[in-house]
Design a protein around this ligand. Sequence first.
Ligand code: 5AD
Ligand code: SF4
Length: 512
Amino acid sequence: MQGTSEAFGLKVFCFPHFMTDILIMQAAACWRRNVPERYSVNREESEKELALQQEYIRIMRERVEERIAKTRSVPTYHIETFGCQMNAKDSEKLAGILEEIGYVHTETEEQADLVLYNTCTVRENANQKVYGRLGQLNSIRKHEHTDMKIILCGCMMQEPDEIENVRTKYTFVNAVFGTHNIFRLAQLLYRMETEKNPVIDVWEGTDKIVEDLPSVRKYAFKSGVNIMYGCNNFCSYCIVPYVRGRERSREPIDILREIERLAKDGVKEVMLLGQNVNSYGKTLDVPVSFSTLLKGVAEIDGIERIRFMTSHPKDLSDELIETMRDSSKICNHFHLPLQSGSDRILKVMNRHYTKAQYLNIVEKLREAVPDISITTDIIVGFPGETEEDFLETLDVVRRVRFDSAFTFIYSPRTGTPAAAMEDQVPEDVVKERFERLLKLVQSIGQEMSGRDVGKVLPVLVEEVNRQDGSMVSGRLTNNTLVHFKGEEKLIGSIVNVRLAESKGFYYIGERV
Ligand code: 5AD
Ligand code: SF4
């Protein structure tokens, strides 16, 4: 941690424990800036909120226990998560609250007493998917499970038009809430019992970060960890800043404590989550850089792999690249959304970097971590995109040679600047470009993914292979999938595997 201390312009003794280090750094930085020592936006309010929600959980648990005593049946829940890892993490928190109340998880939504759809709205087809599923669910509710309760939450519910749509056309929905108040689920369930349905509780924003509510983890050996919420970037096509609100970082101490607890619980891999992790900590009253946080996480015993998502190229610091180079725990995978290779389009997208700057970052990453795998997001058909602009995107793909890329057709989102732009690209042109991009991305990805064939590399085993029960599947640190002969008991352990054969986007291996 010596280097970290120096980053704050301070000389501190080399304390062995990262938490002490960070507390000392914060205290010293506070002293220099003349701000209170432990300060966070509305921390007091957040603690009050936690106490209130714990009380609602207690009340609802009593009611569930009464129901079980009367009917001899335990209420079941099912959460369907649409969209990104942020939503997946939110769903784990919602599940945690429900299980604390006494609900039991069921895989099939048809059988659930309570169904929650945690929605996404990043592209129009995400919304359509939710409405399609909702129609089917209503038919089950009407014919087979009349007392089923249905709740909608997440990003799509932050949009006033969608709330109105649900209120008028999907009148069977019992409650709606958004992204800012998921910690209020117990209170919402309480209100559903006492108020006329639907209960609609959507907040425009929040400055509360409620710590220490229960959470259920999907995997025993790996976990996502929120390090920040919201986004301040306002890329002109993107709805996220409108539905997830302004950027708020969690205090490093809270994050590190959570990861310490996870490690004690057997977690080996953490994925630090934020819309733009590279700007982590900038809005804290005592700023802390993302690199400093990473160094703290890397010191936690038991944590063997650290991943993070997502990075914005404009905020990627040399300090972060050095930290990746120097830490064996930080995985050699970097997801770096490109969006477009055209400087003109990048400008209208409000991305704040050029093609040359992006390529320069890639070069620095590859120099520091030669075996790094780089993945990206690309949008095709942004308003005004010409063939020339598109060729610039293909050029970046050829030069960088991404291991894989998520490719998206531009989807206009109401309320974003790009949706109001006049020169929308015709559908047939976009489709044709999309196909060309996909072909290139796939052929390069296939070559890149096979580059480690013959090597022996560590694999974190994640599950029994879904097609062949005699095999297990896991990931290299660069995130590539490996399947090899092995037993279920290997799940959660890191084993050395010879990558015998490359199958394009995955390997068939042999344990050594
Ligand atoms: N249309 C298409 N793709 C989008 N993304 C975000 N907004 C849109 C949109 N309106 C993509 C970006 C982002 C990823 C999560 O989703 O590529 O990085
Ligand atoms: Fe959307 Fe841009 Fe924020 Fe990513 S950085 S969530 S693309 S606004």
